[in-house]
Design a protein around this ligand. Structure first.
Ligand SMILES: [Zn+2]
Length: 319
């Protein structure tokens, strides 16, 4: 099995891993646990932004409203609760589309066009939210538009890039949102990158240091298996988040050695860790042109969303 690309020890040349991203952002991408697909679901997104109920067509029934959870320091459209669109599960799933706003995440190329990780993660998460709501789940999304989750001030960016402390706060805010949602599972969606454009595949991370580590692992395996099966990608495996190594942006981040959204408490870094099983899935490499094409294609995004939905169904079934 291929070692995870994210592990510093497994990658000789990391300096250009996050191509096109400002230096400040690069390590933040590692720290982090993921074009708005407005064409696919304009009504949903517009509703999510405005807090109004989306409708199915001009005279269709109103679906559940999108409402922001009562937390301080949130960006508009962040930490939005979406009610189920059919009766069912009675469970809440927290979806975290990685990155957003000033943080583009990985920058790839498909057919000469830039593919930004923040756009693809949001497109997949939005599609997944629609599927899950139809299955009867309440969904809370860390963000519903191209923005950070935490509200930013002028001092949170330098030369158009988020500072390390703002990135940290953004990830902590995502974690707090998951807890405020009282979610049963946390799924963070990201896409991968590497210097060598021939490298591709799927990998998923979980935290082994939590009391619910076995559920984390089961969720991660279900997500990984479903995506690999659906996309026919190279199975790069399921890894613990300390394999990600290199939250190198700051000394505190390196010391922590976990993904903020998945890892345990650490004074001054993660005061309130996530309270539910979670995993971070990276379905494709945006630096691989063929995979970037799939990731940026609405049909590809739907395939990923369908796979993640099946994985969550399997996870919740306990099978
Ligand atoms: Zn990412």
């Amino acid at each position: 099995m291929t070692r995870p690309i994210a592990k510093a020890a497994n990658v000789t040349a990391r300096s250009r891993r996050r191509q096109g991203s400002p230096v400040l952002l690069r390590a933040a991408l590692i720290l982090a646990l993921a074009a708005v697909c407005a064409m696919a679901t304009p009504v949903f997104l517009a509703a999510a932004r405005s807090g109004l109920a989306p409708h199915i067509g001009p005279s269709g029934p109103a679906q559940a409203a999108a409402s922001q959870l009562p937390m301080s320091g949130l960006q508009t459209g962040a930490c939005m609760s979406l009610e189920p669109s059919s009766a069912g599960a009675g469970k809440t799933v927290f979806l975290d589309p990685g990155h957003g706003g000033l943080d583009p995440g990985v920058v790839g190329l498909a057919g000469g066009r830039q593919v930004l990780e923040k756009d693809v993660t949001l497109a997949v998460a939005t599609r997944l939210a629609t599927l899950l709501r139809a299955d009867g789940y309440r969904v809370v999304m860390s963000r519903t538009s191209d923005s950070s989750v935490t509200k930013l001030s002028a001092t949170d960016s330098v030369a158009g890039a988020l500072t390390a402390s703002a990135e940290h706060r953004d990830l902590v805010t995502r974690t707090l949102c998951a807890n405020a949602a009282a979610a049963s599972a946390l799924v963070s969606i990201h896409f991968d990158a590497f210097d060598d454009p021939s490298v591709g595949g799927t990998e998923t991370f979980y935290d082994a240091a939590r009391p619910f580590a076995s559920e984390n692992k089961r969720l991660a395996k279900d997500l990984q298996t479903a995506v690999v099966r659906a996309l026919g990608t190279s199975d790069r495996g399921v890894w613990t988040d300390d394999e990600l190594a290199a939250p190198t942006l700051t000394a505190a981040g390196s010391l922590y050695g976990h993904l903020i959204e998945l890892g345990p408490a650490a004074t001054g870094w993660v005061e309130s860790p996530s309270k539910m099983p979670g995993a971070l899935v990276e379905p494709l490499f945006l630096t691989n042109p063929a995979e970037a094409r799939v990731a940026s294609d609405p049909a590809g995004q739907q395939r990923i969303a369908v796979a993640l939905r099946a994985a969550l169904a399997k996870y919740f079934s306990g099978a």
